[in-house]
Design a protein around this ligand. Structure first.
Ligand SMILES: NC(=O)c1ccc[n+]([C@@H]2O[C@H](COP(=O)([O-])OP(=O)(O)OC[C@H]3O[C@@H](n4cnc5c(N)ncnc54)[C@H](OP(=O)(O)O)[C@@H]3O)[C@@H](O)[C@H]2O)c1
Length: 328
């Protein structure tokens, strides 16, 4: 059965208007979400640690900023918009000691709960509202009178009104202007991590680099290889976003279409599918989240090595060179 889609007219904002909301983490998601909530009439304040780099920005944006203990004493709904890798430590040391029965904590992504990094007391309501966009998109679409799709889920509901609060929160972000779908922490987390690894981030960057290297090894210039393998990805991504796969195929040349249908499955073959299954298995088994915790606990050695290595990759040097010399 298809998932239900909820829109603004079916969602009551008042359960959230009766609550005081605290945003913890004034970053990619926290700042745009705070703006949208304020414009939707929600009462909110920002919670920041003493050494916060974002306090001044939040004050300049017109928000009241409280210390985290003060914010937790004031608020009813605590939105956890911190980086995933700091959630467990921040929760244990700065948040859990100050929470009280009946409060709600919300997440923008389910990882910390699903991976078991955080085990909220059973008297705390726990929900997820995941807008399907980066923070900038969440704000820009809202200001334009539109929104981005959103997913919501409830992990525990001792107060009995957590779903109503989650839906109202998603509506206040503008997600109900497009559509809000129910999910679970397990589904949101698994699919989000998998798509980042197999498609959006890991898969795409590796596909681009490998294709670029193949052309350059074949004797072609880095500049033309760059245009064909990286630059034009945006054009196709926009078409895919708007029209889906066959709609995109109708918009490309007949040569490109024949190349697509005759060669695509040769490149992304059964071997790649096996690799993807392994990636999914690592996520489902918890091996990925364990290795992520180790990586961040040890100062991100694998991330730093990869960033340093790719900074000098020919495709990055070509990108910098063309951006300096062309009028993009
Ligand atoms: N980025 C996205 O597009 C996106 C999309 C959907 C969902 N999400 C989810 O939204 C959540 C937030 O992600 P984000 O990218 O918005 O995070 P982010 O921008 O990296 O968060 C930065 C904020 O977190 C605070 N912070 C950093 N380390 C902290 C610590 N140890 N203790 C307390 N506060 C700390 C920073 O405050 P200081 O000023 O104190 O340093 C800053 O305000 C994540 O769960 C993420 O998965 C993100």
């Amino acid at each position: 059965m298809p998932k239900p889609i909820l829109r603004d007219t079916e969602i009551d904002l008042s359960p959230l208007l009766r609550q005081k909301v605290v945003i913890l983490g004034y970053g990619n998601q926290g700042r745009p979400q705070a703006f949208n909530l304020r414009d939707s009439g929600v009462t909110l304040k920002i919670g920041a640690r003493p050494e916060s780099h974002k306090r001044e920005q939040a004050l300049a944006d017109g928000f009241e900023v409280l210390s985290i203990p003060e914010a937790l004493a004031w608020g009813d709904v605590i939105m956890m918009l911190l980086p995933d890798e700091v959630m467990a430590d921040a929760y244990e040391k700065m948040i859990a000691p100050y929470l009280r029965a009946g409060q709600s904590i919300g997440f923008g992504h389910g990882l910390a709960i699903h991976a078991g990094w955080i085990h909220p007391n059973p008297e705390i309501n726990v929900f997820l509202v995941a807008p399907k966009a980066q923070g900038r998109g969440v704000r820009n679409k809202y200001v334009a009178g539109s929104g981005v799709p959103g997913l919501y889920a409830v992990h525990q509901d001792p107060s009995g009104n957590t779903e109503a609060i989650a839906l109202a929160y998603a509506k206040a972000l503008g997600c109900g202007r497009i559509g809000i779908m129910p999910t679970t922490f397990a589904e949101e987390t698994t699919c989000d991590l998998f798509s980042e690894q197999a498609v959006l981030c890991g898969g795409l960057t590796s596909l681009i680099k490998t294709a670029f290297e193949t052309l350059v090894e074949g004797g072609f210039s880095p500049e033309v290889a760059y245009f064909e393998c990286l630059y034009e990805v945006k054009l196709i991504a926009d078409l895919l976003h708007e029209r889906g796969i066959n709609g995109t195929r109708k918009a490309i040349s007949s040569t490109a279409l024949f190349g697509d249908v005759s060669q695509g499955d040769q490149v992304i073959d059964g071997h790649v599918r096996e690799n993807m299954r392994r990636v999914l298995d690592n996520i489902v088994s918890g091996r990925f989240s364990e290795s992520m915790r180790r990586e961040f606990a040890h100062g991100k050695p694998e991330i730093r090595r990869a960033l340093m290595r790719d900074e000098q990759h020919l495709i990055e040097r070509t990108h910098r060179d063309l951006h300096a010399r062309l009028k993009f």
